[in-house]
Design a protein around this ligand. Structure first.
Ligand code: ADP
Length: 169
C-alpha cells in the first residue's frame, strides 16, 4: 500500500547534458502537478557526457532556483533505487516523439519489474520543444552556434563563458 503523501512527490530524472528548454518545460508543468519535484541528474553508462555531473547539476540549479518546490540532486546507480531513496513512487518523464515512446515504454516496464510500486507519469513535449534534445545542444555548443532558442538564458550565459575560456585550437 502506498502512503497518502506518496503522490505529492515526483522525481524527474535524466542526464541533462546540458539542460534545455524542453526539460525546463517539463519541470515547470510537473511542479504544478505535484507538491514537490525532485530533479535527479544521473550518469548514463552507455553515453559519455560532455559536461561533468557537477556542471550538469550546477546548470539545473541555476534554472530551478526560482521554483520553491523543485530540488536538484545528483545520483549514481539505478534510477528506481534513487526514486525510493528520495521517498517517492512517481517518476515523471517527457515524451517528444514516437521513438521516445518506444524507449520510454520499455524503460517504464523495466522499472515496474524492478520495483512494482513505481508509476511513471508522462507529459507530452510542447510543439515548440519536440525537436530539442541535449544531443542537438551539444552539437551547436561544440560548433559555437547560437543557443538562444534552445537553452534558458542563465545556461546560455555560462555556456558562452565556457566557450570564451576554451584554449584556441
Ligand atoms: P535528452 O534526451 O535530451 O538527452 P535526457 O536524457 O536528459 O534528455 O532526458 C530526460 C527526460 O526529459 C526524458 O524523459 C526525456 O524524454 C525528456 N525530454 C528530453 N527532451 C525533451 C523535450 N524537448 N521535451 C520534453 N521532454 C524532453
Amino acid at each position: 500500500m502506498s502512503s497518502p503523501s506518496d503522490h505529492q512527490l515526483a522525481v524527474y530524472t535524466g542526464a541533462f547534458d546540458p539542460v534545455h528548454l524542453g526539460h525546463v518545460d517539463i519541470i515547470e508543468r510537473g511542479r504544478t502537478l505535484f507538491d514537490r519535484l525532485v530533479v535527479g541528474v544521473g550518469i548514463n553508462p552507455e553515453k559519455e557526457s560532455l559536461f561533468s555531473l557537477e556542471d550538469r547539476v550546477r546548470f539545473l540549479k541555476l534554472v530551478v532556483s526560482k521554483f520553491d518546490n523543485v530540488e536538484v540532486r545528483p545520483f549514481k546507480g539505478l534510477t528506481v533505487r534513487f526514486v525510493r531513496e528520495v521517498g517517492a513512487r512517481i517518476m515523471l518523464r517527457g515524451l517528444r516523439t514516437l521513438s521516445d515512446m518506444e524507449y520510454e515504454f520499455t524503460m517504464s516496464l523495466t522499472n515496474s519489474s524492478l520495483d512494482p510500486g513505481l508509476e511513471t507519469v508522462f507529459l507530452l513535449a510542447k510543439d515548440q520543444y519536440s525537436h530539442v534534445s541535449s544531443t542537438l545542444i551539444r552539437q551547436i555548443f561544440t560548433l559555437q552556434g547560437d543557443l538562444e532558442k534552445f537553452v534558458p538564458p542563465e545556461v546560455k550565459t555560462v555556456l558562452q563563458e565556457r566557450l570564451k575560456n576554451l584554449p584556441e585550437e
